[in-house]
Write a protein that binds this ligand. Sequence first.
Ligand SMILES: Nc1ncnc2c1ncn2[C@@H]1O[C@H](COP(=O)(O)OP(=O)(O)O)[C@@H](O)[C@H]1O
Ligand SMILES: [Mg+2]
Length: 277
Amino acid sequence: MIYAKNLSISYDKKNVVSNFTMNINEGEIVSIIGPNGSGKSTVLKVISRLMKSSNGAAFLDGSDVHSLPTKEVAKKLAILCQHNHSPSDCTVRDLISYGRVPHKQWYEFNNYDDNSIVDWAIEVTGLNEFEHRYVTTLSGGERQRAWVAMALAQKTKVLILDEPTTYLDVSHQLEVMELLKKINEEYKITIIMVLHDLNQASKYSDRMYVINKGKLVMEGRPSEVITKKMLRDVYKIDAHISVEQVSGKPLFYPLGLIKNNDRIEKSNKIVKIREAQ
Ligand SMILES: Nc1ncnc2c1ncn2[C@@H]1O[C@H](COP(=O)(O)OP(=O)(O)O)[C@@H](O)[C@H]1O
Ligand SMILES: [Mg+2]
């Protein structure tokens, strides 16, 4: 359904992603994880046609996304970026209604069906009491739900989300993740997301891709990916890994930064020199 083939991506000729390949099947929940600045958002931008790669290509249902008109891509794929801004005079309902734009001609207003879809998106994201509020007056968590609702109203087969839970408290994080799981199960929407919380990624993903310094490090089921070795190599931490009993998925608990961290090594050397004196 989505195939990113040998992507190399640059900003102003500076290469930030090299030879990245990813293949997503219909109906999967896949997360991309990796440290800050490793290229996760950049990959999402290319597969959703917001940016071109310098090498390789991204395919949506077999077609190169850059060969498709914007509107065609927007009918199949919705993306919720990391930093979203809405105009100050935009209500929650207005924002969610924008999700219907790819399905309309410029001269058409939302009809009964569009309004029903907007009502549905408001309902599933629990935004009923906020629908007439300006988006700019909402708290971070409420605002995030409004953006998720807009992506839902787009009614696409694929939903791409960049850190959808980052600004939310833990119960709202769960609410969003459960909502994504529900729409994946009930409407067979394929979900690709960047998540920072590795336990959340483990709990909700069928598969995970790990990217570090612009390169694909590994790919697999959570039990294959969430390993002590990966956490040491990619995140430079020692961790304890257990298995969550209900889901059988791995759970990690960070123990600390790994000992061969350069800074710690240097300070150990200084201590040894002092001891020797
Ligand atoms: N608009 C931009 N212009 C120049 N460099 C950028 C831009 N956006 C991101 N980068 C750089 O590209 C690299 C990958 O960034 P990004 O994809 O945002 O990482 P992640 O989402 O994994 O934190 C980083 O080094 C970042 O500084
Ligand atoms: Mg990012």
